[in-house]
Design a protein around this ligand. Structure first.
Ligand SMILES: Nc1nc2c(ncn2[C@@H]2O[C@H](COP(=O)(O)OP(=O)(O)OP(=O)(O)O)[C@@H](O)[C@H]2O)c(=O)[nH]1
Ligand SMILES: [Mg+2]
Length: 615
């Protein structure tokens, strides 16, 4: 029996080759919406409409015949006939994505130039239509010099016509081939653009506009600075816009305290309500406006479709530190809270990639740090501008978020070379369409975030603050003694103070660090309660925390405190989730150890540098 004629499906990754393979052969190859699904050569038999059986080969996606990765190498060897025990396929079926025609035509031209019998499957025309793009297959065929068949592989549309074109491919007049053979890559790119443009029958203004927008936002040089500038604006807004709302909440809490003091008789119950509950929990609730503003931006970025593009921009950077863009979404979620972030790493297939992402997730600045940062910045950084529209406070906040990211990048670099050694895997994601954010969705999202925050304030922060108040209030201080020194909590703190004194921390900070393990915001409520308990009189007790700190701490101490919170794993829930997701204590303990070490070292460096500078 003579050997069957072979035909190969070739084209860019994610163009729908395997979906076409399944439609043509009735096989069930794995298809999925990301590139690099097919990583080896797969073959099956199909019957052409003429009745001739053909061996059809599905190949890994590739961008060029000289590509470097092992799966692309398979494609090159099969197409060129260098695959052991096989001759080159007689017919090439080039699969291009109609919605990304320009990009896919670059490789297509290289394949056509091989001068074999060729058919182009213009796949995913449904997606192109959805985007408002209508293409002229005949014009494309004329420009390329090979037959072009529009298909929708997943709906089996155009499958028969594709078979018919393959049937007669042998009879193609190869002398008619355009001379694309000797084109260089830049020339092929230019030709691809012109051919793609020439094949457009109709394009909605919106699609054109979106394409222009992507050209700018995803530009290799323009994209990153735009992303950076946007984040910068967000952190400016967090301070600039929140102040009036925060002031109003602060005033309301002060009024409540005054009301309680006017109604309840002086004594332990009144102290509990004012110093423990209202001052402690209130000091955290004040930051609700800033949380809401931050999330308004994040939600808007998600809804417009920009967030996926930010992931795309970040992919290159992530690859350079040994992570894939797949880690971007988990890390991004960690800016809200590391817990959903760590859970989102389940989508990362590579175990080493996933573990690295889990280990660095706590370095992303979660929203629980915002109150800590904000109270210190509000107290120690003057609300001046350092340039037109650039507030110093927002700049410092931006720097703190940035420090967390830099820390994560460095940690990933080190981890990928030591504890989680291994190769990084590739990533590309489909970019969603741009959309105007819906006010309703935005409002619902914001409400959910605000509610999570308030619920934390009402449960965990309330509970820890109350326990701390009890431990701070007994035994009662005698005359000349300070409550925060002689109380149970005060004595425990004195033990810890010995350890943290070298990095510039005082007694009050030592006191706040242990309860802040429950949740970082507790550091703020703990400080507020400590100062309220220590207050000499009611006026002092009711004073806001910010001015208190400003009068009591040196700037060096305040900066060291900020540096500590950039790194410290001050959150028991995160540690518990890391244990669950890594199935054991080994990695969470490693995480806690390296993060505390970083926190201690960087707080120390910050403190002593600031002292040396005379702060
Ligand atoms: N809407 C639509 N989706 C399609 C079409 N063809 C394929 N898809 C989808 O596109 C995605 C990619 O399809 P695959 O067949 O895996 O692509 P591939 O070219 O084999 O990709 P690699 O193996 O990674 O090179 C899958 O989610 C398919 O369901 C089509 O004509 N229309
Ligand atoms: Mg495939």
């Amino acid at each position: 029996m003579s050997r069957l004629r072979t035909a190969a499906l070739v084209g860019n990754p994610n163009s729908g080759k395997s979906a076409l393979f399944n439609a043509l052969t009735g096989a069930r190859q794995k298809i999925a919406n990301y590139p690099g699904v097919t990583v080896e050569r797969k073959s099956g038999r199909m019957l052409l409409p003429s009745g001739e059986p053909v061996e059809l080969v599905d190949l890994p996606g590739s961008y060029a015949l000289d590509a470097a990765s092992p799966d692309e190498e398979v494609t090159r060897r099969v197409v060129m006939g260098d695959f052991p025990g096989e001759t080159a396929p007689e017919t090439l079926v080039i699969v291009v994505d109609a919605a990304n025609l320009e990009q896919h035509l670059v490789f297509a031209q290289e394949l056509i130039a091989l001068g074999r019998p060729t058919v182009v499957a213009l796949n995913m025309v449904d997606m192109a239509e959805r985007d408002g793009l209508a293409l002229d297959a005949d014009a494309l065929a004329a420009a390329l010099g090979v037959p072009v068949v529009p298909t929708v592989a997943v709906r089996r549309r155009g499958i028969e016509a594709l078979g018919e074109a393959m049937d007669v491919a042998e009879q193609q007049d190869l002398s008619q081939r355009h001379l694309v053979r000797d084109l260089t890559l830049p020339e092929r790119r230019l030709a691809a653009r012109n051919i793609a443009k020439g094949a457009i029958l109709a394009e909605t203004a919106q699609r054109r506009w979106h394409a222009h927008l992507d050209k700018v936002l995803l530009h290799p040089w323009l994209g990153p600075p735009i992303l950076f500038a946007l984040l910068f604006v967000i952190f400016q807004a967090v301070f600039a816009w929140a102040t009036p709302f925060a002031d109003a909440i602060e005033a309301a809490i002060a009024a409540l305290i005054a009301l309680v003091e006017g109604t309840l008789p002086a004594g332990i119950v009144r102290d509990f309500v004012t110093q423990g509950v209202l001052t402690g929990v209130g000091s955290v609730v004040v930051f609700l406006p800033q949380i809401v503003i931050l999330f308004a931006f994040i939600l808007a970025m998600e809804q417009t479709g920009y967030m996926a593009r930010a992931a795309f921009i970040m992919d290159r950077l992530m690859a350079s530190v040994g992570l894939s863009g797949r880690s971007f979404i988990p890390l991004l979620s960690s800016f809200a809270c590391a817990i959903p972030g760590i859970m989102a790493t389940r989508a990362i297939a590579d175990p080493k990639d996933r573990l690295t992402t889990i280990l660095i997730a706590p370095l992303m600045t979660c929203s629980a740090r915002l109150p800590v940062y904000a109270v210190i910045i509000g107290a120690f950084i003057p609300a001046t501008t350092v340039g037109p529209g650039v507030g110093l406070q927002g700049l410092v906040l931006f720097a703190l978020y940035f420090a967390g990211i830099v820390g994560a990048v460095l940690a990933a670099l080190v981890l990928r070379r030591t504890a989680t050694k291994g190769a990084a895997s590739g990533f590309i994601m489909e970019l969603p369409r741009y959309q105007m954010p819906l006010l309703r969705d935005l409002a619902i999202g914001l409400w959910q975030r605000a509610w999570v925050f308030l619920r934390r304030a009402g449960t965990i922060i309330f509970t820890v603050t109350v326990v701390l108040w009890v431990l701070l209030s007994f035994p009662q201080a005698g005359p000349g003694e300070r409550q925060s020194e002689v109380s149970v909590a005060g004595r425990i703190a004195s033990g810890l103070e010995v350890v943290v004194e070298p990095i510039g921390f005082n007694h009050e900070i030592a006191l706040s660090l242990i309860p802040a393990m429950a949740a970082r915001e507790v550091a703020v409520s703990a400080l507020a309660t400590t100062y309220a308990v220590d207050a000499a009189d009611e006026d002092e007790a009711a004073a806001a925390l910010g001015p208190r700190l400003a009068g009591d701490w040196s700037l060096a101490t305040a900066l060291a405190f900020l540096a500590w919170f950039v790194f410290a794993p001050q959150c028991l829930s995160t540690i518990a989730v890391a244990r669950r997701e890594t199935n054991g204590w080994k990695w969470p303990l490693f995480m806690v150890a390296y993060l505390f070490a970083l926190a201690y070292i960087f707080a120390g460096i910050t403190y002593w540098s600031a002292v040396a500078l005379g702060f």
